[in-house]
Design a protein around this ligand. Structure first.
Ligand code: NDP
Length: 315
């Protein structure tokens, strides 16, 4: 059977695309990917998604998204796409089970993964002071000291956001310069409670069930010190999950899928991208959900045009 739309990914973008596509009566399938529910299943409380006045656990919120998609008849395959042939008609997706899924349109909502330092304590204390999202978790550390690792625009943004909530923000930059744009660097430097530590790397995160400090090393002197922070925000970049599409889809220099401005169309006919996989800037559940909605509407219109102009047979 050939589906009208296959949706890849089960974060806010994928499920929202499914809700819209299913309610539009499209014959669809959603392939959940390696981490059903996406990045939000690994955060604790989500307090900034409208509609949850008391906040909600990230995992619960994604379960709510899933149930809403299922309620309108979305079939979900809990598997991973290993190969995607996006230039053919229909498009062919090979799953790790060996199953082939064919669809006229594909919505890619495979998200991105934060880069991590690779320390043992980092994953152990994830959600207990270690985070990759200040907008999500900064509020829990208001009035307390925090640290941010990285020297890019993301790290500057995280530090500036935290400077309004936390008592002190230590920015840990491994070189003698930042990669961030000048304007972001200027803002960071002129914020009185942000302290930049140059040539500095994190060697350990202290604490058993919550962050109690960060051990840092000065790369030139070798001196190690402990910063008494309650949170460590890792902002050393994200890796968009686009490896299997390279060579077919046009990507930005950072590996994100390039979409036509104001839409979710990619460079390939019938292939749409939504959520963090095409967004290095906002990366919020609400913006991912919004672009998931756009992708479903774009796909629906594209399919209608195909039927009209090319007399594509109805499935
Ligand atoms: P970047 O790749 O730009 O920066 C990553 C930073 O992390 C660099 O300072 C890098 O150091 C540092 N880093 C990498 N690995 C380690 C490590 N193991 N230990 C310590 N530090 C490390 O990533 P961003 O997420 O900041 O930005 C990605 C893209 O998104 C950029 O193009 C950026 O401009 C854009 N962006 C734009 C925003 C905006 O316009 N408002 C907001 C956020 C992002 P080094 O330089 O030494 O390699």
């Amino acid at each position: 059977m050939v589906y009208e739309v296959a949706i890849l990914g089960s974060g806010p973008a994928g499920y929202t695309a499914a809700i819209y596509a299913a309610r539009a009566g499209l014959k669809l399938v959603l392939i959940a990917g390696p981490e059903p529910g996406g990045q939000l299943t690994r955060t604790s409380e989500v307090e900034n998604f409208p509609g949850y006045p008391q906040g909600v656990l990230g995992g619960q919120m994604m379960e709510d998204f899933r149930q809403q998609a299922v309620r309108f008849g979305t079939p979900i395959i809990y598997d991973v796409v290993e190969q995607a042939e996006l230039r053919t008609m229909p498009k062919r997706l090979t799953l790790s089970s060996g199953e082939i899924v064919e669809a006229e349109a594909v919505i890619i909502a495979t998200g991105s993964s934060p880069r991590w330092l690779g320390l043992e304590a980092e994953q152990r204390l994830y959600g207990a002071g270690v985070s990759a999202c200040a907008v999500c978790d900064g509020y829990f550390f208001r009035g307390q000291p925090a640290a941010v690792v990285g020297g890019g625009d993301s790290a500057c943004e995280e530090a500036l956001y935290l400077s309004k909530l936390c008592s002190t923000v230590h920015m840990l930059v491994r070189r003698d310069k930042m990669r961030a744009s000048k304007i972001m660097q200027d803002r960071v430097r002129s914020t009185s409670n942000i302290f930049i530590h140059w040539h500095t790397v994190v060697v350990d995160i202290l604490g058993t069930d919550r962050v109690e400090g960060v051990k840092v090393r000065h790369l030139q002197t070798g001196e190690e010190t402990i910063l008494p922070v309650r949170a460590l925000f890792v902002a050393i970049g994200h890796q968009p999950n686009t490896a299997i599409f390279a060579g077919q889809l046009e990507l930005t220099e950072n590996g994100y899928i390039r979409t036509r401005p104001g839409s979710t169309h990619t460079n390939l006919e019938g292939v749409f991208a939504a959520g963090d996989v095409q967004d290095p800037v906002y990366r919020q559940a609400i913006t991912a959900a919004a672009t998931g909605c756009m992708a479903a509407l774009d796909a629906e219109r594209w399919l209608a045009e195909q039927r009209y102009h090319r007399a594509l047979p109805s499935p």
